[in-house]
Design a protein around this ligand. Structure first.
Ligand SMILES: CC/C=C\C/C=C\C/C=C\C/C=C\CC/C=C/C(=O)SCCNC(=O)CCNC(=O)[C@H](O)C(C)(C)COP(=O)(O)OP(=O)(O)OC[C@H]1O[C@@H](n2cnc3c(N)ncnc32)[C@H](O)[C@@H]1OP(=O)(O)O
Ligand SMILES: Cc1cc2nc3c(=O)[nH]c(=O)nc-3n(C[C@H](O)[C@H](O)[C@H](O)COP(=O)(O)OP(=O)(O)OC[C@H]3O[C@@H](n4cnc5c(N)ncnc54)[C@H](O)[C@@H]3O)c2cc1C
Length: 676
């Protein structure tokens, strides 16, 4: 039997501890999902897609993923993604990237799959950098999945410093071809997802050489395997790079070229070109070839926020059914979620998940504006968005890693079991600190922008500062935090501004003392990255406040205001030393922030389970597959954890036989020998 309570589904068969939690919620989880995902339609579509997937047995995992070998994982992820391919047109709007992302994460989970990058990293650069003629030639085939592709930029020796990529594409005037070559082992492409065994095409980033002049990294469409036999083409060496911390259902690969020739028309040439006679036609912006990276980074806040939300859904639900220890009532042990320390571990991370998702929607929209502008030849927004997304990608990936790790620890011993699924989520999410630009490297990119902005402000040109950094020229006026969020923003602005100015001044002093610019930059790098983090955290706070301000439904606004207040106090407390240092914040204010934080934890407690329920992850998505495997994981919606953990353990391949060869071959002889 199902009864509806404020639209939250309460089922008789659920663990009563979770049912009790759902009853205490002060808001409707469907309404909250609309706010999280942007509209009633988008939230409803997600539920419809999850529901449709749950009715198709072949889209379910055929075995619990952690029990599979690497080869089996790749086979299984490929089976699922190709089966999914058959159903896709019926299940989703094929032009809707969010629906595609959602359904893939339902079916595939976090293990990765050989087509994941086809859609996120192969097609987008083709769209952004390819001409209409090139779209005609490859885009339709790629979209129909007649060909499978990847994005091959990183090399064994270089990932961060792409100006130094060693793979060359030398223009041959006589044949009007590019000759791709890998001059050293270090120049082997290394890491591209789906390159190793699955792709037959790649967008390859190589240094363009014309008449011995190096024009820097450019993008080329390259067929690497025969479309019939799937064998590597002559002149190409390609393979898998081996197991990784996560993503083991995907085949990240290596790739080398031995004077491999491609036609002149394979340089992706929407924005730049090499003419028949070797004349180079420049793009409208020096870094136009990096535009695809801005796109991926702009999507990372929402993506990482969702990763963290999944881990928190597992940890919060589990914390509501896990009883251990006593508070006042000694007749029944308490839910561990009632411990203040547990709340402090989990609730600020829930707030960050919401914050990242809200911030993510804004950055995705900003990227779409940039893309439209670029299409009409205006590249003036590129620098701002590059700076912004460089900071956001670095801060959200790092904090998501922290949040997921806290979620794991909050589940005690069972969090360490792969039955929790949290380690897989962690492995995938934490990769984000490295891929799409190593975090320190990207923070330093934002720092360049901040230093330039401080210099403008110092030169008395505050009018030249963009809206994101206008605060760098604001006067310092002390604030009363009791007045609300705006005062927190002003406090954060002061902290961020002061750190940017301090780092810039230190950088200037170093240069004035005779240290070269690059060396001075390096000697200030830690201070510079601090400035970048503070600036980014301020931006995330502002997006959170903007989103909450825009909400009309009162019950939703109230709970999100509690969450936002928790976020504001947690973030400010974390960086308070910067403001205490110069007396901008008093110790009384510090005490106020702490008390506000503790009171926010109490306010959120009755809504905690419903706040994570509102993300509306299906049990399948949390790898608690309702069709084939009734026994997996800690985060299951029904809360029946223990019996399912036992079933999970029983299904371990080690338990399929009572006496293992490890015992008969080694332990038994050892024990026998000891008896002699
Ligand atoms: C289906 C789902 C199921 C399960 C899976 C779930 C989830 C997983 C999802 C996805 C993850 C899976 C796989 C991950 C895929 C990863 C792919 C990759 O990693 S691709 C490779 C990415 N590589 C990088 O990001 C490299 C980083 N390096 C750089 O970007 C550049 O080298 C760098 C910017 C650091 C420096 O470039 P350089 O040319 O040397 O420039 P310089 O520093 O000198 O700066 C000069 C000038 O240019 C400005 N600038 C730099 N970049 C840009 C830009 N992009 N746009 C605009 N401007 C730029 C820079 O600011 C500077 O300006 P000023 O001179 O200061 O004005
Ligand atoms: C899961 C995963 C998937 C990936 N998928 C792809 C893909 O599909 N296609 C692709 O092309 N690549 C891919 N990559 C590669 C990825 O983009 C690179 O690994 C990443 O950009 C970092 O470069 P790197 O490995 O050269 O790190 P390095 O630059 O060698 O970093 C090592 C250390 O040096 C520091 N460092 C480097 N330069 C500087 C600097 N200028 N200032 C200060 N510190 C510095 C870094 O901060 C870091 O601490 C993937 C990587 C991973 C982990």
């Amino acid at each position: 039997m199902t009864m509806v309570f404020l639209n939250k589904e309460i089922r008789d068969g659920d663990n009563p501890d979770l049912t009790e939690e759902r009853k205490t919620a002060t808001f409707d989880t469907n309404k909250m999902a609309e706010v999280i995902y942007g509209s009633e339609k988008l939230a409803r579509r997600r539920r419809e897609i999850s529901q449709a997937v749950s009715l198709i047995p072949e889209l379910a995992d055929s075995k619990p993923l952690p029990f599979l070998s690497r080869n089996e994982k790749i086979l299984e992820s490929t089976r699922k993604v190709t089966a999914l391919n058959e159903h896709l047109p019926r299940l989703i709007n094929m032009n809707d990237e969010d629906e595609a992302w959602h359904i893939h994460s339902e079916v595939i989970g976090f293990e990765g799959n050989p087509l994941a990058l086809h859609h996120s990293l192969f097609i987008p650069p083709l769209v952004i950098q390819g001409s209409d003629e090139q779209h005609e030639k490859w885009l339709g085939r790629a979209k129909r999945r007649e060909i499978i592709g990847c994005y091959a930029q990183t090399e064994l020796g270089h990932g961060s410093n792409i100006r130094k990529l060693e793979t060359t594409a030398t223009y041959s005037l006589s044949t009007q071809e590019f000759i791709l070559h890998t001059p050293t082992i270090n120049a082997l492409k290394w890491w591209p997802g789906a390159l190793g065994k699955s792709s037959n095409h790649a967008v390859v980033v190589a240094s363009l050489i014309i008449k011995e002049q190096n024009y820097g990294p450019h993008l080329f469409m390259v067929q690497i395997r025969d479309e019939q036999s799937h064998e590597p083409l002559p002149g190409i060496a390609v393979g898998d790079i081996g197991p990784k911390m996560a993503f083991n259902g995907a085949d990240n690969g290596f790739l080398g070229f031995n004077n491999f020739r491609i036609p002149r028309g394979n340089l992706l040439n929407r924005h730049c070109n090499v003419e028949v006679d070797g004349t180079y036609v420049r793009p409208p912006h020096d870094k136009m070839n990096y535009a695809g990276m801005i796109r991926v980074r702009s999507r990372m806040a929402a993506e990482q926020g969702t990763f963290m939300a999944q881990a928190l859904t597992i940890a919060v639900r589990y914390s509501a059914v896990r009883r251990q220890g006593f508070l006042e009532n000694k007749s029944q042990e308490v839910k561990v979620l009632d411990y203040q320390t547990q709340q402090h571990r989990l609730f600020p991370a829930i707030a960050r998940s919401y914050a990242f998702i809200f911030c993510g929607f804004e950055t995705i929209q900003k990227y779409e504006t940039l893309q439209n502008e670029m299409n009409s030849g205006n590249v003036s927004l590129m620098a701002d968005l590059h700076a912004l997304t460089s900071g956001i990608k670095s801060v959200v990936t790092y904090q998501t890693g922290e949040g997921i790790e806290q979620a794991r620890m909050a589940c005690g011993g069972h969090g360490y079991s792969m039955a929790s699924y949290i380690s897989e989520i962690y492995g995938c999410a934490i990769g984000g600190c490295t891929y799409e630009g190593e975090n320190m490297v990207m923070l330093l990119q934002l720092a360049r922008y901040l230093v330039k902005s401080v210099e403008l402000a110092m030169r008395g040109k505050p009018g030249d500062l963009g809206p994101m950094v206008a605060y760098l020229a604001y006067p310092d006026i002390k604030v009363d935090l009791v007045t609300g969020p705006e005062a927190y923003v002003k406090m954060f602005q002061h902290i961020s501004k002061r750190q940017s100015i301090k780092a810039t001044e230190k950088f200037h002093r170093k240069m004035e003392s005779g240290v070269s610019r690059d060396e001075a930059w390096n000697q200030c790098a830690v201070e510079l990255t601090r400035a970048s983090r503070l600036h980014t955290r301020l931006y995330i706070i502002e997006t959170f406040i903007r989103r909450v301000d825009s909400i009309e439904d009162l019950s939703i606004k109230m709970v999100l205001t509690d969450l936002m207040n928790l976020h504001l106090n947690y973030e400010l407390l974390d960086v308070a030393s910067y403001a205490l240092e110069d007396g901008f914040m008093s110790s009384t204010q510090m005490g106020f922030i702490k008390n506000q934080l503790y009171s926010s934890l109490e306010k959120i407690r009755p809504n905690a389970v419903s706040l994570v329920d509102s993300f509306q992850f299906s049990d399948l998505q949390l790898r608690s597959n309702l069709l084939n495997f009734l026994f997996q994981v800690l985060g299951r919606r029904d809360g029946h954890v223990y019996q399912n953990l036992f079933e999970w353990a029983k299904s371990s391949p080690l338990n399929q036989t009572e006496v293992l060869p490890s015992v008969t071959q080694y332990l038994k002889p050892m024990m026998e020998k000891a008896k002699l």
